[in-house]
Design a protein around this ligand. Sequence first.
Ligand code: SF4
Length: 486
Amino acid sequence: MINNNYLDKLIDTIHDMELPYLRVCLTSYCNAKCYICHNEGQKKAHKGGLSLHEYEELAKLLAPHFNPPRVVFTGGEPLLFHDLYEVIKIFKSYDYIVGLVTNGTLLNENTQKELLESGLDTINISLNSLDREKYYHFYGIDEFTVLEKNLEVLDKYFKYPRKKINWVISGNPDLDDELQKLCALSQKHKFVISLMFDVSIDKEKINLLFNRIKKILHNNYGEPCVEKHIKYKRYVDFLKFNNGSIWEFDYLQTEQNNHLLKNNTSCRNCLNENKEICYEGAYALRLFANGVFKPCLIREDNEININDIFPKSNIELEVKYKVINFPINLIESLGFVEIKKSHQVDKYHIVNKTLNGKRTYLRLRNDVINNKMSFDFHQVISDVATEETEISLNDSNDINTMGTILEKLDYPFVCEVDKYRVIYRNGDIKLILDTVKNLGKFIEIELAGNEQHESHDNLFQLVNKLSLDEKDRIIKKGYPDMILSK
Ligand code: SF4
């Protein structure tokens, strides 16, 4: 179900601000600690809360409003996002040009291959030094050798012009030396070197510095062929040297570019008190990992939450059956596609306790494969419906702390459920195949909906198609109940 008021508001904003593309922060977590990183403006750490279904709906709804449809995945470090390949495939299926910005340290050969097979068009690697010590100083991690190896193999999967080095100039004292190394890298592996400035650099100096860099390159490598473009509402100069080295000068923060990025209805009418420090203007429509759309980095009054566009039904209809084997061929022939595997270790602190007349469960979940943890409160509304309230936890320390708090509140640990789970999806219906330690195999059919007859009918039609037998149906019992009654 879509709330068109909020969707229309978002679409109006895209047009009023003439936002050139969608920039999706899949996660705000990162494996590095780059000291100039602004994490795209995200304030709190979020692993990434959108479902594949939500990404698919968004890709479909927003594609007609960008010309051409273009999405860039970033983070945090987007290679830490567990469903990255799936999300790329989704956006490609709606004809987006898909780019990825990464620090490159996790970009090993297997990952490059998977990215290519998923349909990724371009890779931008953020790099600030080709000197091992300075690299450590910038990124706070000792991964320079790994990165060098990853850059070496990148030629095999992403050739020019599909790969670029994003180099942020931030007052590096050995600029001349770094420029020589960059030139060698660009020449050898045909990387485009894209230069831009750290926001701390005085914007009056940007043109002067760019001219100085152009002069150094010119003196060392001869007269380049210069192309001037306006790309995604920014002035960009391309310098192509005879030795094969290609450089891109991005004038994002300059005065003339500011004029381009703010030449739209919203910015012209903007009354925000911080408008003067707004150097980016209408740069892109950002979607943060917590589901907030951010049309510009300064204002908060034009943000829209994805939950307003897709109000979540927190009621799930579900039925569960014990089975001997999983009928994978039949499931796939019915159009279901595997979307996720997990290994969930659940520690229950409330099992089947009646609160406000409802059977209640409280657990701490650790999804070992996907490194996702949560604190979950469930109340059973009927034989097929459960109301779920859940929050994410950051790590296993949070799980231990929450466990201690629950013990102190007199909700001691009751039992553990350890299961391997494979999820298949077809539209709004999910099939969940569980192999539970000490209990066996189960198929659960889950449907986000309501308690109306139509949703019930859809659920039980599928039960018939899968030849699930009513005598094997598990009613009024969750896995913890079954473990405790063994
Ligand atoms: S704060 Fe900047 S980008 Fe946002 S609307 Fe105002 S001028 Fe435009």
